[in-house]
Design a protein around this ligand. Structure first.
Ligand SMILES: Nc1ncnc2c1ncn2[C@@H]1O[C@H](COP(=O)(O)OP(=O)(O)OP(=O)(O)O)[C@@H](O)[C@H]1O
Ligand SMILES: [Mg+2]
Ligand SMILES: [Zn+2]
Length: 502
């Protein structure tokens, strides 16, 4: 028995069946009705949003013997053969698999041969951005003198990689990501017709994860269906996709905000021992924070990426305990950690470190967003912060002190600023400030060590700190970035005030 993947079984066969992409669909249908199709189209947009599907509908429509209101009939022999991939005059070229030079050469030879079977030859070139320059040039020549009765449809996910010469010879359509609601509606239709029962929250997770692409949504449904049968709930989806439950994420962030570090470590241990991936945990936690941030900024209009009914009440409370800046800092910590986790062995340690850093963002008493604007004048709050940074000798992400130093240096000498800005302030130990450079910035580091540049920084430090300060430049080893930066930081500042920053 052959099983046809859902996304293939559900390929739209006519314009009517296409989800979204209204403008494109209307324009193309009108052109087909009025018989004024262009000889070359360029479809661009994210994966799985309907480019190839629409290209095939056009191919059918121009060859269909019963075209009705711009729609192919899907009954006549041309439509049939095209649907089955047996139609000689519809030629699909996948530029990704062979970069196309032979195909394009072949195309140039054969393009002038009249259609063998139908009215129009249609060339569909997928992933066209992958063509070699040579192949592009060959294609360009053909597009410059388009033979009668040939239609080119180029499709790409990366419009910016298409040469302007090609673009200017095509009619361009941008395909948009489909909304979560559109994806949900189609998934419901598919599930219904296949007798699959999907809990609404399960449906929602699949749709959100698809990130606007219907193919991914349908593939996910397929995958879950084959593991879990036709009764699917939220936990099934989370399990198959290896996702972390949003209520768990909400509680984890809550523990960090309350600086309940014991609970944070416990929760991380539990999740990891249940087989969750460290990187996934970091990524999902950032999605949760992203939801929280959006909620703070635009309120009810926020489209959630992980928050659901279950975590919503916790989110409501967190809204009062955290401010935008803290979320941004926490996000920064998590994205850095996600990056590092890709290369690192010390997975658990890095993850713990990240959440402890996040917890440390809440060391000062948190002023609720609403109260902050009533009592505390903004400036004094900022001033208090930078003072605190200096006192504890810890340089924070987006550190105001680093900002001040850079501005001061820039005012004095722009070239020095250009060298300094490539480094990062690690922090200070008493009167010595440490700036780290990644390995590739040897030149910058050495230049900064020269007397003149060093003096400029020292002068600026003196202006800011009101006392003589020293400056040291050190290397952060790129290859073993994680370990070394941690070791170096511990070495320099002592265990209790180590914080990794970018
Ligand atoms: N707009 C849409 N309407 C209905 N189904 C869609 C749509 N977009 C994608 N699909 C579903 O996803 C499958 C793949 O779509 P299609 O091949 O058209 O995507 P694509 O945009 O060409 O993607 P890629 O860039 O990866 O080639 C279709 O068979 C269909 O099941
Ligand atoms: Mg495609
Ligand atoms: Zn037909």
């Amino acid at each position: 028995m052959t099983y046809l993947a859902l996304y293939r079984a559900w390929r739209p066969q006519r314009f009517m069946e296409v989800v979204g992409q209204e403008k494109t669909v209307i324009a193309l249908r009108n052109a087909l009705c009025e018989g004024r199709l262009s000889h070359a189209y360029l479809f661009s947009g994210p994966r799985g949003t309907g480019k190839t599907s629409i290209a095939k509908i056009i191919a059918k429509a121009v060859n269909c013997v019963n075209l009705e209101q711009g729609e192919p009939c899907n009954q006549c022999s041309s439509c049939h053969d095209i649907n089955n991939g047996n139609f000689m005059d519809v030629i699909e070229i996948d530029a990704a698999s062979n970069r196309g030079i032979d195909e394009i050469r072949d195309l140039r030879e054969k393009v002038r041969v009249l259609p063998a079977q139908g009215k129009h030859k249609v060339y569909i070139i997928d992933e066209v951005h992958m063509l070699t320059t040579e192949a592009f040039n060959a294609l360009l020549k053909t597009l410059e003198e388009p033979p009668e009765s040939v239609i080119f449809i180029l499709a790409t996910t990366e419009l910016q990689k298409i040469p302007a010469t090609i673009r200017s010879r095509c009619q361009s359509y941008n395909f948009r990501r489909l909304s979560t609601a559109e994806i949900i509606a189609r998934l419901e239709e598919v599930a219904d017709s296949g007798g699959i029962k999907l809990e609404p929250e399960a449906l929602q997770i699949i749709a959100r994860r698809a990130n606007g692409g219907l193919r991914d949504a349908l593939s996910t449904l397929d995958q879950i269906y084959s593991y879990k049968g036709n009764d699917v709930n939220k936990a099934d989806v989370q399990e198959v996709l290896g996702l972390v439950d949003d209520v768990f994420l909400a509680k984890l962030i809550d523990a960090a905000i309350d600086r309940n570090t014991g609970a944070v470590i416990d929760m991380l241990n539990t999740a990891l021992s249940q087989g969750k991936e460290a990187q996934q945990l970091a990524r999902e936690a950032s999605l949760y924070l992203r939801d929280l941030l959006l909620y703070l900024v635009i309120g009810e209009q926020a489209e959630w990426s992980v928050v659901s009914e279950g975590s919503r009440p916790i989110l409501e409370k967190q809204k009062l305990k955290i401010d935008k800046n803290q979320i941004l800092k926490a996000l920064r910590i998590l994205t850095d950690t996600t990056d590092k986790l890709r290369f690192s062995e010390g997975q658990k340690f890095l993850l713990e470190l990240a959440f402890l850093q996040i917890a440390s963002l809440f060391e000062d008493q948190v002023i609720p967003v609403t109260a902050a604007s009533t009592n505390v004048p903004k400036r004094s709050k900022t001033a208090a912060r930078s003072e605190q940074v200096v006192k504890s000798g810890r340089a924070e992400a987006g550190d105001p002190l680093w900002g001040k130093i850079l501005t001061g240096v820039k005012d004095k000498k722009i070239p020095t600023h250009a060298l300094l800005v490539q480094g990062r302030l690690l922090g200070n130990k008493e009167n010595t400030f440490y700036v780290g450079y990644k390995k590739g910035y040897k030149f910058h580091k050495e230049k900064m060590e020269e007397k003149e540049n060093r003096e400029i920084v020292k002068t600026v430090l003196k202006e800011i700190m009101g006392k003589e300060c020293e400056i040291q430049f050190i290397f952060l080893d790129d290859d073993q970035y994680n370990d070394i930066i941690v070791k170096k930081a511990i070495e320099f500042f002592g265990e209790d005030i180590v914080e990794i920053k970018d």
